[in-house]
Design a protein around this ligand. Structure first.
Ligand code: AMP
Ligand code: GLY
Length: 424
C-alpha cells in the first residue's frame, strides 16, 4: 500500500514521534494530527479537535477519508473512540473500550491477571477511612497507594512514611470512594510494548523510563522524565519469561475476547533479583516517553505495521528493528509534576545532530507557537531531546548535547537518564 493518509490522535511527545515515524514511512503520503502540537505541525497537518471529543474525531476521520487512525493517549480509548471508528469501518490502532479497561481500571487489570495466573503484586481495595490502619498493617513498608483513576502515572504514592501513606489513602477514599493498596515490588523496572491483534503479536525493544522527577530516582512520580532502549535489564532470559508468563496468556485472553484487541499493550515490569518479571501496570497504548525511543528504532515501514495491526493482519507483516540505541531526556516546566508555569519562551530547540550513524533531535510535547512565531511552553513536559546511535552512551551524549543548549526559564531535566545501564 502507498499513498496512505493517517490521522494521529494526541498532542504530546509520543504523538510527535508517531507523526514523524509515519511521515517517514513509504506507505504514507499525508499525516494529520488532532490536536497535535508545534512538533507535529512540522510533519503533519494539525486539526483543532481535542482527544476527548470522540464525535469530533470520528467526523474528522470521515471528512479526511483517512485509511488509518492511530490513537496515542488512553482517555479516548477508554471513552470508546476505537469502537466508534470500527463502526464506521475506519481501521484504528488502539483497543476498543473494553480492552482499554486494562488501563482504565486497575482493579479490572488485577482481577484479569489473577484469573490468568499472570505474576503481579497482591492488592487490597480500601473504601472506608476506618479501614486505613488495618490496611497499612497488612502490608510491609514501603506502602504503595494507587487511585483507580486515569492519572497519567501521577496517581500513585510509594512511601515508607506511614503518615504519608495514610494521607494518600484518605485523599483517595474521599475523592473516589475507594483506593488500592498494593504489595511493594522491588527490583528494576522495564517497559515492554507489545503490538498485538488477534493474528499475533510483536514485542518491541524493551525500554526503561525514569518515573521520579529527580536524579537518582528521588522526588514524586511523573509521567516519565526520560527513557532509553533497548534496556539491558530486560535480558534475553527476562524477555523469554515475560513472553511465556505474561504476554502469551494476555494475548490468548485478548485475542479471544468478543472484539479482539488491536493496538499496543504496554507491560510495565518489575524484574526482581532472580530475574523474575511481574506486572506493575498495564497500559493500552504506547508509553510517553517510551515511544520516543522505540518508534525511531523501527526498520520496517511503521505505517504498514500499524495498519496491519488495526486490520487484524499483524502475523502476515514483517516487523524488524534497527540494531541501534535510542535515548530521550525530558525537559519539564518549573513546578512539574505539580502546578506548572506555562507561556514561557523556549530557545535553542531547533538544534540537530547528524553525524553518520549518530542522530540527535527534539520531540516537542507541551509546546506551541506564540504570536511572534517563537516556541512557547504549554504544560508540564515541554519536549524531549532524543539521540539515536550505535551505542547507548553515544545516544545519551547526543540527547544531552541538545538539551544543554535549550533555554526555558525555570525548567528542569534529569541528569542521569540511562544511569542503570551504563558502567559506573
Ligand atoms: P503505575 O501508575 O501503576 O504505573 O505506577 C507508577 C510507578 O509507581 C511505577 O512505574 C513504579 O515506579 C511505582 N510503582 C507502582 N506500583 C508499584 C509497586 N507495586 N511496587 C513498587 N513500585 C510501584
Ligand atoms: N511513561 C509511562 C507511561 O507512558 O505510562
Amino acid at each position: 500500500m502507498t499513498g496512505m493518509e493517517v490521522l494521529v490522535v494526541g498532542g504530546g511527545g509520543r504523538e510527535h514521534a508517531l507523526a514523524l515515524g509515519l511521515s517517514q514511512s513509504n506507505s504514507v503520503s499525508t499525516v494529520h494530527c488532532a490536536p497535535g502540537n508545534a512538533g507535529t505541525s512540522m510533519v503533519a497537518t494539525n486539526h483543532g479537535v481535542s482527544v476527548t471529543d470522540i464525535d469530533g474525531i470520528v467526523d474528522l476521520a470521515n471528512e479526511l477519508g483517512v485509511s488509518l487512525v492511530v490513537v496515542g493517549p488512553e482517555a479516548p480509548l477508554v471513552a470508546g473512540l476505537s469502537d466508534r471508528l470500527r463502526q464506521e469501518s475506519i481501521p484504528s490502532f488502539g483497543p476498543h473500550s473494553e480492552g482499554a479497561l486494562l488501563e482504565g481500571s486497575k482493579i479490572h487489570a488485577k482481577t484479569i491477571m489473577e484469573s490468568l495466573g499472570v505474576p503481579t503484586g497482591r492488592f487490597e481495595k480500601i473504601d472506608e477511612i476506618g479501614s486505613i490502619d488495618g490496611g497499612l498493617d497488612s502490608f510491609d513498608p514501603p506502602w504503595v497507594v494507587k487511585r483507580d483513576v486515569l492519572a497519567g502515572g501521577k496517581g500513585v504514592t510509594v512511601t515508607s512514611s506511614r503518615q504519608e501513606a495514610h494521607e494518600a489513602l484518605k485523599i483517595g477514599i474521599e475523592s473516589d470512594g475507594f483506593v488500592l493498596m498494593e504489595e511493594h515490588l522491588s527490583g528494576e523496572e522495564a517497559s515492554v510494548l507489545v503490538i498485538m491483534d488477534e493474528s499475533g503479536y510483536v514485542m518491541l525493544p524493551a525500554s526503561q523510563d525514569h518515573k521520579r522527577v529527580g536524579n537518582n530516582d528521588t522526588g514524586p512520580n511523573t509521567g516519565g522524565m526520560g527513557a532509553y532502549a533497548p534496556a539491558p535489564a530486560a535480558t534475553p532470559s527476562v524477555l523469554a519469561r515475560t513472553k511465556e508468563e505474561i504476554v502469551e496468556p494476555m494475548h490468548h485472553y485478548l485475542r479471544n475476547s468478543e472484539t479482539p484487541y488491536r493496538g499496543c499493550l504496554y507491560v510495565g515490569l518489575m524484574i526482581d533479583e532472580e530475574g523474575a518479571p511481574s506486572v506493575v501496570e498495564f497500559n493500552v497504548r504506547l508509553g510517553d516517553p517510551e515511544a520516543q525511543v522505540t518508534i525511531p528504532l523501527f526498520q520496517s515501514d511503521l505505517g504498514l505495521v500499524l495498519l496491519a495491526t488495526a486490520e487484524g493482519n499483524l502475523a502476515e507483516t514483517e516487523v524488524e528493528f534497527k540494531q541501534l540505541h535510542a535515548a530521550t531526556v525530558v525537559l519539564a516546566s518549573e513546578g512539574y509534576p505539580g502546578n506548572v508555569d506555562s507561556g514561557r519562551v523556549i530557545e535553542g530547540w531547533e538544534a540537530e545532530i547528524d553525524e553518520g550513524q549518530v542522530l540527535g533531535f527534539v520531540h516537542l510535547a507541551g509546546a506551541m507557537r506564540g504570536e511572534s512565531g517563537k516556541l512557547i511552553s504549554k504544560g508540564g513536559r515541554v519536549l524531549s531531546a532524543t539521540g539515536i546511535a550505535p551505542s547507548l552512551s553515544e545516544a545519551l551524549g547526543a540527547s544531552y548535547q541538545i538539551i544543554e543548549g535549550i533555554t526555558l526559564e525555570g525548567s528542569h531535566y534529569r541528569e542521569d537518564i540511562g544511569f542503570r545501564a551504563l558502567p559506573r
